[in-house]
Design a protein around this ligand. Structure first.
Ligand code: ATP
Ligand code: MG
Length: 801
């Protein structure tokens, strides 16, 4: 038939062509990464349209991200001469929104219904609990929102929940009240978007019939990550269930890869694949085994890695592209070195190897890892773009924290005042704030000055807030930036607030990362000397040198000081000599970075994202950072097999994003969540075929770093001012349940007063020894290098006398 000769089919392999030109009926393409699943899906849409089998309005395609939807639209517009806007291409949430907007009346929603994000949803629940005097110890609002979201994901309304005990009964009651409140206010949360449109289709037979007729072809990408409700939603659109079999005239093409299922923690069900085959009576199952994305060494690595998983449907992947370059593996002493090294490589890749920046991606397991890399890129003047997350200083929780810090500096900062006057919630309502604003306007003063003029309960609460900020200001006077931030996090109630929230762990991580940011800022800007109060011993004598000077060896590559960094952020008055406090300077820095750092969309910028966000994408060059036990695989997932296998699938996703060149990197120490940890290299590195790898540093040892490591001794910690600003409580530093890279020599014989020899610093005198075992460290005075704190587990010291 002529339709088989379409130019669209040229360049496809036989299996791909078969999938693109399938006759009507349901089909599953199960295939590994880079085998052309998404290309098949897109090409099939184009082919169906071009051969006149369907009009754009007859197509629905579900993608995993908005970005993927946009990309698909772009590709289709390029392939086809006409407007593709009539097609329904989008994410599940996007399509549900579209459906509900189109039929808001039938769905019982106002035309202008608003969507609540997770944060808004929690405030709504809190407001409700307050109104009904719910005991929030017994029923934390946080847990209520999970309960509600969980019910919705299972397709359950309050009346469907079986409440066996009084507590569940109460929760169901609140779920009911929450629904009524949302309905009254005309708002829907994310779960509601999905459930409401599912119910709309389920309950409105005419509407359902309309869409079943309309969408002749339904195509779903990344099918392995659909959840129960999404699958049920698809069934509504595809036809009617009769005796467990779907009957209808539409054709569903699902494409997926069980090895890339990475959202089980959010309810994704790989089981939907087998259900789909059974319930839809799938007629065509196609496997694609040729990978077109990656060179051999990259593919071999991915294949070898995923072999270690036991729960697999089993697939093969091969490439015709030859082995290509080896996969490069790098070990760095610290996360800062790792970031500097990545930035150095990127400079080379762009300057010498002709790669464009947007073809380079840096992937990480956890959002908190991005800050250090962002900061190095920024300092190097390399445009970058962070996907699937905001830039660090733009994240809501970080902005809240910065607002409190600003109020410490300036109580009259209105934006900050309004941002946090009732955050975390302290019962100050919109009405009270309006009154306050009117009072301030009438008196011509700032909001914080006007609080005393507001009467009643509202006035008391407002005065309480201002008093809190005043206390914070007094408390933090003369304190280090780190201490100031820690105190602020405590007094503001931000940490307490997020520790009760479902997504809170991530936010707390980010708040602690703010401490790291401040710490590095202080170190890099050279604030340490004058501005940082040092830990003192009983006699009041400073225990350590200032972080800025302590432990830093200028021969190490670990701190590239930002050129002009001091000038850029810290301002010194030329007349009086007065200079910004560390806090003021840090706030300037945060504002500048947040404002100027983000590369504009479309600009040729390096791409930063989590591995989760990278699904479906591809880049010429990929860096995977932080390949360490506890980080990747993540410590939360390491205890059970299912969790570990999901981490391995994540790693498989990460590796298979690379076309030409892949870098894997880990560092011996890393500052995360406000403390330095010493982590072992990820087990995933051991699962890769040796022949495909090239170690840029010596494998598993200090290799090319040996002299530098030995030189630094306290490399990670010391260089970053850890010991300088930590209260010297050893175990904290190693509190992470991960084994340090090297074991301490028990009975090291290094005691106060002894002379010791260090391979780099030469002979020195021991001034103090603290801690035991792996935590032991010594303060040593070297005639030519000054006084240093060295970790005995790492520094190579020999006793001289
Ligand atoms: P993932 O599982 O990561 O989502 P995928 O299976 O969806 O991957 P695609 O993104 O569709 O794979 O394709 C991977 C790359 O291979 C793309 O750059 C695509 O253009 C290219 N490609 C696919 N099929 C062919 C082919 N027959 N000839 C040449 N290139 C191809
Ligand atoms: Mg794909």
């Amino acid at each position: 038939p002529p339709s088989q000769n379409s130019p669209l089919l040229q360049g496809l392999n036989d299996e791909q062509r078969a999938a693109v030109t399938l006759p009507q009926g349901h089909a599953l393409v199960l295939a590994g990464a880079g085998s052309g699943k998404t290309r098949v899906l897109t090409t099939r849409i184009a082919w169906l349209l071009q051969t006149g089998q369907v009009s754009p309005g007859g197509i629905m395609a579900v993608t995993f991200t908005n970005k993927a939807a946009k990309e698909m639209n772009t590709r289709l517009s390029a392939m086809l001469p006409y407007n593709v806007r009539g097609m329904w291409i989008g994410t599940f949430h996007g399509l549900c929104n579209r459906l509900l907007r189109a039929h808001h009346q039938a769905a019982g929603l106002p035309a202008t219904f608003q969507i609540l994000d997770t944060q808004d949803q929690l405030s709504a629940v809190k407001r409700l609990c307050k109104q009904y005097n719910v005991d929030d110890e017994r029923f934390p609002p946080k847990q209520l929102t999970w309960f509600i979201a969980g019910c919705k994901e299972e397709g359950m309304r309050p009346k469907d929940v079986v409440a066996a005990d009084p507590d569940t009964k109460k929760k169901v009651e609140l779920y009911q009240l929450y629904e009524e409140q949302c309905q009254r206010e005309g708002v829907v949360d994310f779960g509601e978007l999905m459930l409401r449109s599912f119910e709309l289709l389920r309950d409105d037979a005419a509407l359902r019939a309309h869409y079943q007729r309309r969408f002749r072809f339904i195509l779903v990408d990344e099918f392995q990550d659909t959840n129960k409700l999404q699958y049920a939603w698809l069934k509504q659109l595809a036809g009617e269930m009769v005796n467990g079999q779907l009957q209808g005239s539409s054709s569903v093409l699902a494409v997926g890869d069980d090895d890339q299922s990475i959202y089980a923690f959010r309810g994704a069900r790989v089981g939907n694949m087998s259900d789909f085959v059974r319930e839809f009576g799938v007629q065509h199952q196609i496997k694609l085994e040729q990978n077109y994305r990656s060179y051999g060494n990259i593919l071999d690595s991915a294949n070898a890695l995923i072999e270690h998983n036991s729960q697999r449907l089993g697939k093969n992947l091969r490439t015709d592209q030859g082995a290509g370059e080896p996969v490069r593996v790098m070990e760095s002493p610290t996360d800062l070195d790792e970031a500097s090294w990545i930035v150095g490589e990127i400079k080379d890749l762009v300057r010498n190897d002709g790669y464009s920046r947007q073809e380079i991606a840096i992937l990480y397991r956890s959002n908190a890892q991005s800050r250090v890399i962002e900061s190095k890129l920024f300092n190097a003047g390399i445009p970058y773009r962070v996907y699937g997350g905001m830039r660090f200083f733009e994240r809501a929780e970080v902005k809240h924290a910065l607002a409190y810090l600003r109020l410490i500096e300036n109580p009259h900062d209105e934006t900050s005042f309004l941002r946090v006057v009732n955050f975390p919630a302290r019962g100050i309502g919109a009405r009270s704030i309006e009154t306050l604003q009117e009072t301030a306007r009438a008196a011509g003063c700032s909001l914080s000055d006007a609080v005393t003029a507001v009467g009643g309960a509202a006035g008391t609460k407002l005065q309480g807030f201002v008093a809190k900020i005043d206390v914070l200001r007094e408390d933090t006077e003369g304190k280090t930036l780190r201490q100031t931030i820690e105190r602020m996090l405590e007094v503001s109630g931000l940490i307490d607030f997020y520790s009760t929230e479902k997504e809170g762990a991530d936010r707390i991580e980010n708040l602690k990362e703010l401490i790291n940011a401040a710490e590095s800022f202080v170190t890099q800007e050279g604030f340490g000397k004058d501005a940082v109060a040092l830990p003192v011993d009983e006699t009041g004598k400073a225990l350590t040198q200032s972080p800025a000077s302590q432990g830093i060896d200028s021969s190490l590559p670990m701190l590239d000081l930002p050129l002009g960094g001091v000038g850029a952020t810290a301002g010194t008055d030329a007349e009086t000599g007065e200079t910004l406090s560390p806090l003021q300077a840090f706030l300037v820095h945060a504002a500048l970075e947040a404002g100027d750092n983000q590369a504009q969309a479309g600009q040729d910028a390096v791409q930063l994202m989590t591995v989760h966000a990278s699904k479906g994408l591809e880049f010429d060059v990929v860096f995977i950072g932080g390949l360490e036990e506890g980080l990747f695989p993540h410590e939360n997932a390491m205890s059970d097999k299912g969790g570990l296998e999901e981490e391995r699938r994540l790693m498989y996703v990460a590796i298979t994003r690379a076309r030409k060149r892949l870098y894997l990197s880990h560092s011996q120490s890393r500052m995360l969540h406000g403390r330095t940890t010493f982590n072992l290299p990820s087990r995933f590195l051991d699962e890769l075929p040796e022949g495909a790898l090239k170690w840029l540093s010596a494998k598993g040892g200090f290799g090319s770093f040996a002299p530098k490591i030995a030189a630094a001794g306290a490399y990670g910690a010391g260089a970053r001012g850890q010991f300088g600003s930590y209260t010297p409580k050893g175990p904290e530093i190693f509190a992470n349940p991960v084994v340090p890279v090297q074991k301490a020599v028990p009975g090291h014989g290094i005691v106060k007063g002894k002379s010791v020899f260090h391979t780099k610093f030469g002979e020195g005198k021991v001034l103090a020894v603290e801690g035991t075992g792996d935590d032991a460290r010594a303060q040593i005075s070297f005639p030519r290098h000054g006084t240093k704190w060295l970790a005995l587990a790492i520094a190579k010291l020999t006793v001289v006398d």
